[in-house]
Ligand binder design. Structure first.
Ligand code: ADP
Length: 324
């Protein structure tokens, strides 16, 4: 295992849950990398469990749309500075939230289509390999100067199989969290990630979050107002899957919201994006935002969406204009 002094440390780029992230340059090859420090001092049991998971999962995943973990390096004890462990990643210049929130950056429909397809390709690969990410959101999607999008931050990811009961329910950042999790389900599937993907694609068109709830109850309310209240015809298992549904189901005389996601997706768009939100783009987002996880599109199904075959057809990353 190499020592961290193999890299020339430059500035800090981010702050992670268990340590800071720095930019560094490999002293031999000159390659620019991101060094994520794993703090062990504050951990009672030494190495944080989320870091162990992240390393284990990333070592098994190799795909052009998943951030590459290149190596692990350590630093020696230096008097009062304890030994540290660093994860070394390929460096990516941007994250999708940053791009969406910078008004001076012009995003075209080519960017949206390409990044949606790249995101779905990475998600498809991880789901085929029986991994759920459990924290997909625009700030965890990194983009480099070559227009390549890569899924990052695997601290909440876990391997999954159909037999798993009692999975932890408090996963996925609120705005990207699907209704089954908000309704207390703990026997979920890879489809939880697909809801997040739907929110992210809509966010690129809108240049802002789709469902920006402030509490779990408020998030559910926003979902019901846009996607309608779930119905037993559409989601027969809802009671069995979601222990909290009985608290949220409209009672006699209470207003039942209809599904109006298609209208909502057409409204509140920047002028430039109005023509891009075609019926096929709406079909894709609407199908990813299905309440019933069994009906919600999987990544392989979404990759075959007509949207990707309509003109302008999907462009590879190398053809995107990245001169922001
Ligand atoms: P955590 O999971 O602990 O929140 P992240 O992996 O999301 O940590 O990293 C925190 C921040 O560091 C990110 O939001 C991003 O700004 C930056 N970062 C992480 N990995 C890279 C990378 N490979 N290239 C460039 N910046 C990165």
């Amino acid at each position: 295992m190499r020592d961290v002094t193999a890299f020339q440390k430059k500035h800090q780029v981010g702050e992670g849950t268990y340590g800071s992230v720095f930019v560094g340059a490999d002293k031999i090859t000159g390659e620019i990398v991101a060094l994520k420090r794993i703090n062990t001092e504050e951990e009672e049991n030494g190495f944080p469990i989320t870091a162990i998971r992240e390393v284990k999962i990333l070592k098994a995943l190799h795909h052009s749309n998943i951030v590459q973990l290149k190596e692990i390096v350590t630093s020696k004890d230096q008097g009062d500075i304890p030994k540290n462990v660093f994860m070394v990643f390929e460096y990516l210049e941007y994250d999708l939230t940053g791009i969406i929130e910078s008004p001076e950056i012009k995003i075209s429909q080519d960017h949206i289509k390409s990044w949606s397809k790249q995101l779905l390709s990475g998600v498809h690969y991880m789901h085929v390999n029986k991994i759920i990410h459990r924290d997909l959101k625009s700030s965890n999607l990194l983009i480099n100067k070559r227009g390549e999008l890569k899924i990052a931050d695997w601290g909440l990811a876990r391997s999954w199989n159909k037999e798993m009961k009692r999975l932890t329910n408090r996963v996925i950042t609120l705005w990207y969290r699907p209704p089954e999790l908000l309704l207390g389900c703990n026997q979920y599937t890879t489809k939880i990630d697909m809801w997040s993907v739907g929110c992210i694609i809509a966010e690129m068109f809108r240049r802002g979050g789709l469902l920006k709830g402030s509490t779990e109850a408020n998030q559910l309310d926003l979902i019901f107002r846009m996607m309608g209240h779930p119905t037993r015809e559409d989601w027969p298992d809802i009671d069995k899957m979601c222990p909290l549904w009985k608290n949220f189901e409209p009672k006699n005389g209470e207003q039942v919201f209809p599904r109006r996601v298609r209208e909502e997706l057409k409204a509140r768009l920047p002028t430039s994006a109005m023509n891009w939100m075609t019926p096929h783009a709406i079909d894709l987002i609407d199908s990813l935002l299905a309440h019933n996880p069994e009906k919600r599109w999987s990544a392989d199904k979404a990759l075959l969406a007509e949207y990707f075959f309509d003109n302008p057809t999907f462009k590879p990353a190398s053809e995107l204009n990245m001169k922001f």
